[in-house]
Ligand binder design. Structure first.
Ligand code: SER
Length: 259
């Protein structure tokens, strides 16, 4: 992450708003801790510093449910909660949240953030996250009618279809600055499900689809995360409301991946 190169682009193209989506996700970050830390933190500092110096007006930087850890309440996890993340990715997101809030309070930087749940899209391949099984499962269901899952069947996690995630991202960025009261990151939710429930949802379209379970290190990551999220402050402050549930998402995923 070259600060001067980013600054040149920002100035030459008169960029006012930056959506900083670069990050190494949870499962990959466990394999490359220092690389993940450097990427996740340096990219954020570059953009925060450009905003502090008046070269960018607004920043969107995503946080994650990974900021929570094994000591957090798992059900309906509140906005303000114990946060003792146990993954490299979670530590980087929790640290990033602190810095975003600090830059806002100290330098007036207009940075806005949400804690994304697992994101599911037919346009993007799995990208090294723990929640990625919920993307891969659709590809494998259509191709092979079977999927080997690295999380156990009862492992419930908060998830969201990409269209909802994009709407949340755009809406928090369009909100009046005074409505964005939380400047670390907002809890955000749409649905929660486990591998068994997504399997049943897929079987409504592909009845002979089968799932098998072979757990790996990603189970430990998933065990440390909440099962459901209380996003009432995002709803209250800037009108967040999810639209897509599990069966609707399955329908869209299958229709678009069928090819
Ligand atoms: N989806 C991410 C991951 O699994 C969490 O934010 O790493």
């Amino acid at each position: 992450m070259d600060y001067d190169a980013i600054q040149d682009v920002v100035i030459n193209y008169e960029i006012t708003d930056v959506y900083l989506m670069a990050a190494m996700l949870s499962a990959t970050a466990e394999k490359f801790p220092m690389k993940a830390w450097n990427l996740n933190m340096n990219s954020l500092f570059n953009i925060l510093n450009l905003a502090r110096d008046g070269k960018i007006d607004r920043i969107f930087w995503p946080s994650s449910i990974a900021v929570f850890g094994p000591t957090t309440t798992k059900e309906n996890t509140p906005q303000h909660s114990i946060m003792e993340p146990s993954t490299v990715y979670g530590i980087s997101k929790q640290t990033g949240e602190r810095w975003c809030e600090y830059y806002h309070n100290k330098y007036g930087v207009d940075v806005r953030s949400v804690r994304y749940p697992g994101l599911i899209s037919y346009k993007t391949q799995p990208g090294g996250g723990t929640t990625d099984y919920a993307v891969d499962i659709y590809h494998k269901a259509l191709k092979h009618k079977k999927y080997i899952c690295f999380l156990n069947e009862e492992n419930t996690l908060p998830m969201m279809f990409m269209d909802d995630a994009i709407r949340a991202t755009v809406n928090i960025m369009l909100a009046a600055p005074e409505d964005v009261k939380i400047r670390n990151a907002y809890n955000l939710a749409a649905m929660s499900f486990n591998p068994k429930q997504i399997t049943e949802s897929i079987q409504k379209h592909i009845p002979d689809f089968k799932i098998k379970y072979e757990l790996d290190f990603r189970q430990d990551i998933a065990d440390s995360w909440p099962q459901s999220i209380d996003d009432s402050l995002a709803r209250k402050d800037w009108g967040w409301e999810p639209e897509i549930d599990l069966d609707e998402m399955t329908k869209i995923m299958i229709e678009n991946l069928k090819g």
